[in-house]
Design a protein around this ligand. Structure first.
Ligand code: DX5
Ligand code: ZN
Length: 215
């Protein structure tokens, strides 16, 4: 069964505690928390105080996806806000290896996200330093976008790189994930599925999560 990480970006922010409790009660494994700065991506979501508020009620790990420039500046702040797994974008890190070591030194699991245009080969030299690779299957910045089909071949290629290097990182897919493509994504090599719109626009979010778990 895949790890399912519902994206809080699609929650009702005026009823955040209610939506956090829903995820607590559901079969979901993690909380996917999207932080956007309006610079790395053309949108602003929320920052540290909201991550802290989610952490206050969440009973499952926070999978924090930083879509921000200069993430090194905020590693300790996100740890203090409650991040368990901290993912930075390869495209935002000049010294990615150093950033990953800093995340681990701060006591969190370290992830790297890659945009749809970024080749998975660029991960080869850090693959053994990673706990997670997040493959973006939409251009980051917004929920509810349509899935980019090329993601399947990227996942297969990434699996080969992981196997060749005897690496143990998890592979997560983010963007346009639904019950319609989840099975194929797991088959192509995804261990973890992020879903925002599919979960929160569903008449029963808990049922949507069950569908993703049972692909
Ligand atoms: C997009 C975010 C995603 C987003 C996914 O920039 O990284 O996590 O919430 O939303 P859906 O599942 O609606 O595409
Ligand atoms: Zn995300």
């Amino acid at each position: 069964m895949p790890i399912v990480s519902p994206s809080v970006l699609s929650a009702d922010f005026a009823n955040l505690q209610r939506d956090v409790e829903m995820i607590n009660q559901s079969q979901a494994d993690w909380f996917h928390v999207d932080v956007m700065d309006g610079v790395f991506v053309p949108n602003i979501s929320f920052g540290l105080p909201v991550v802290k508020a989610i952490k206050k009620h969440a009973t499952k790990p926070l999978d924090v996806h930083l879509m921000i420039v200069e993430p090194d500046k905020y590693i300790n702040a996100f740890r203090d806000a409650g991040a368990d797994l901290l993912t930075v974008h390869l495209e935002a890190c000049t010294h990615l290896h150093r950033t990953l070591q800093a995340i681990k030194a701060a006591g969190m699991k370290a992830g790297v996200a890659i945009n749809p245009h970024t080749p998975v080969q660029l991960l080869e030299d850090v693959i053994n330093d990673l706990d997670l690779v997040l493959v973006m299957s939409v251009n980051p910045g917004f929920g509810g976008q349509s899935f980019i089909e090329r993601t399947y071949s990227k996942l297969r290629y990434l699996r080969e790189i992981i196997a060749e290097n005897n690496a143990s990182c998890l592979v997560e897919v983010d963007g346009g994930v639904s019950a319609g493509n989840a099975g194929l994504l797991v088959k192509a090599g995804a261990d973890a599925l992020v879903a925002g719109n599919f979960v929160f626009a569903h008449p029963s979010p808990e049922e949507a999560i069950i569908q993703l778990k049972n692909v």
